[in-house]
Design a protein around this ligand. Structure first.
Ligand code: F6R
Length: 609
């Protein structure tokens, strides 16, 4: 996720911006830059790579000045590069802009501004903001920003400076974080409190569409219509480390809570309530191409593999194309049958996992087309695949994957729908039903995140068990596997997932008095069979926590505890049922005193075989 810092005051802006940006490094970034008002001009220095690169540049070519904006970029539109780094200029370099978020209608705005003569130098969505502010500028930068944001759809936190009004910094947010820091004869903006914590502990927490003007003398906040807004000063009492996690105790729980937004962002501008079109900018598969494809392989590791298992169900059900899911480390060595009639989908949060990359290269070598589903713009997977679908989860810091997984699920649904429409296997009416249900998912995840008591109680009661079993059928089986992986990696408890129907073919011998079993029963068609399977383990003494859809109260007769998820069509329940499993793992891990964010023996990106 991008990071923004801004400063207006009597001190030199440059070192304060760099220091602030360094405190936002935890958010992840691939490039950095600053714009500083200097001697009647705006000077920008920006570059791809670590903040240190920018710092070195600024040491070599210092920019003096007491007003500036800084940015760390996590690429979404356009690869990480010097030119795509923020800040961005308008055409005569009188206005500079930094942005965090996604401008959903940037293609429309780009075309419109292009027709007015604006030229675009970057691949970013942000550059439209610089030109838009320029378009509306008529001697008043505050009004120009207000007019510009009226045209923008999507999420944004913006910092804007103009050389014509060099004492001001204008800022505004919608659905992306931004705060104001209040100092003595100086003021700040930042994406997050840690960026300014060494300078001030007095902040304003901005609400959507509050327009802020900062000068060194003070801060004014108005509505877009110019009505004054009065705000209470928030005194930060957290220490720096707690502030980095936004008040959450660990990155994992923070990232679990970021899922409604990550899911929404991943659907943004691809599936829309008012359109029957699925827009995938980086997938160029045509009807003709698809006619020549008779098999799909989904290849991935770990959590991404579990998302691929859901992908198999979804694509086969919707697009009626046979799909095989493979663990990447196994794929290459089993002499897979690949050719130009095969489509491979690799799923990788990092886009750098060695085994997944090896599978991708093998497929390319054999003439297959490859789609990469990845969270990192410009990653190896994105560079080497033929087509890309980015998950817009933002950087994941905790080793245990949570928001990357749910956004990978969304990517699987989007691809499934896309292929089904391309393949003429789905009517518009059928599409609309699934699309509307998908668009409702963020709100449903939000509600789930409010119910934690049952899970906390179950975690506490079972934290000392040596084994925990997970059961599910169909899509619930895929989610059970992910739930078990999550628990074992962060709590070190032996957790095993089984297809519930397979239980009596061996694993049931492990069920004994007091063994905890997590049973997923969200698939309406399989519900009764699942209840029977639960009964089988209850009879042998298991303590069962069931995950079921609201209203499926019959489950209570065979469960010690039930966590209900909001109702959704069977196909989409994995996005919901995994949330309690993530939370449960988290609570067990902290109850056992484990290092939640950095579990033993694990690395975030596995770049060796
Ligand atoms: C588990 C986890 C891992 C990764 C796996 C693949 O929580 O994070 O299982 O899913 O190492 O990583 P990527 O998706 O980066 O290829």
């Amino acid at each position: 996720m991008c990071g923004i810092v801004g400063y207006v005051g009597n001190r030199e802006a440059s070192p304060l911006l760099i220091e602030g940006l360094s405190k936002l490094e935890y958010r992840g970034y691939d490039s950095a830059g600053v714009a500083i008002l200097n001697d009647g001009k705006i000077k920008i220095e920006k570059c791809k790579g670590r903040l240190k690169n920018l710092e070195n540049k600024l040491e070599e070519f210092p920019i003096e000045g007491g007003v500036g904006i800084g940015h760390t970029r996590w690429a979404t539109h356009g690869e990480p590069s010097d030119v795509n780094s923020h800040p961005h200029f308008n055409k005569d370099k009188s206005i500079a802009v930094v942005h965090n978020g996604i401008i959903e209608n940037y293609i429309y705005l780009k075309e419109w501004l292009g027709s007015l003569g604006y030229e675009f130098l970057t691949e970013t969505d942000t550059e439209v903001v610089a030109h838009l502010v320029d378009h509306f500028y008529n001697g008043d930068i505050v009004k120009a920003v207000a007019d510009a944001v009226e045209k923008i759809e999507g999420s944004y936190a913006l910092g804007v400076v103009s050389k014509n009004e060099p004492e001001k910094l204008v800022a505004i947010r919608k659905d992306s974080p931004l705060i104001v820091g209040l100092g003595e004869d100086e003021n700040f903006i930042a994406s997050d409190i840690p960026a300014i914590l060494s300078q001030t502990r007095k902040v304003y927490l901005l609400e959507d569409k509050e327009l802020v003007v900062l000068t060194k003398e003070g801060v004014t906040i108005t509505t877009l219509e110019g009505m004054p807004v009065t705000k209470e000063v928030f005194n930060v009492t957290w220490d720096a480390e707690a502030a980095e996690k936004g008040g959450y105790e660990h990155f994992m729980i923070k990232e679990i809570h970021e899922q409604p937004k990550a899911i929404k962002d991943t659907m943004t501008s691809r599936i829309m309530a008012d359109s029957d079109e699925i827009k995938l900018d980086d997938i160029n598969l045509t009807k003709e191409d698809l006619k020549n494809i008779d098999k799909i392989f989904i290849v991935a590791c770990g959590t991404a593999y579990h998302a691929g298992m859901v992908g198999k169900y979804v694509i086969e059900k919707l697009a009626r194309i046979p799909v095989e899911v493979d663990i990447a480390s196994e794929f290459r060595y089993r002499n897979p049958i690949l050719n130009e009639r095969t489509l491979m989908i690799v799923v990788s949060q990092s886009g750098e996992t060695a085994d997944t990359m090896a599978a991708l290269r093998e497929a390319k070598k054999q003439g297959s087309r490859v789609i990469a589903v990845t969270n990192v713009v410009g990653s190896s997977a994105a560079r080497e695949a033929d087509d890309i679908l980015y998950t817009w989860a933002g950087p994941e810091i905790a080793v245990a994957s949570t928001k990357a997984y749910t956004t990978q699920l969304i990517a699987m649904y989007i691809i499934g729908l896309y292929l089904a429409r391309l393949n003429d296997k789905m009517s518009v009416e059928e599409y609309r039903v699934i699309r509307d249900e998908m668009l409702a998912l963020p709100a449903k995840v939000e509600t789930l995140l409010e119910n934690k008591e049952t899970l906390q109680r179950f975690a506490d009661a079972n934290k000392n068990n040596d084994d925990i079993f997970y059961l599910g059928r169909g899509l619930d089986n895929a989610v059970a596997l992910e739930g078990a992986l999550k628990l074992k990696e962060i709590s070190y408890i032996h957790a095993e997932a089984y297809a519930a129907g397979e239980l009596k073919h061996g694993p049931i011998a492990l069920i004994d008095d007091g063994i905890p079993v997590i049973a997923l029963a969200t698939q309406e068609e399989l519900f009764d069979k699942m209840v029977s399977n639960i009964r089988e383990v209850v009879t042998r003494g298991a303590k069962v926590l069931s995950i079921a859809c609201e209203g499926s109260t019959a489950i209570e007769t065979v469960s010690d505890a039930v966590e209900y998820i909001p109702r959704a069509i069977d196909l989409l329940t994995p996005v919901l049922s995994v949330i309690p499993l993530q939370l449960l793992s988290y609570y067990v891990s902290i109850a056992r005193g484990c290092d939640v964010d950095k579990p033993r023996n694990l690395a975030k990106s596995v770049t060796v075989e």
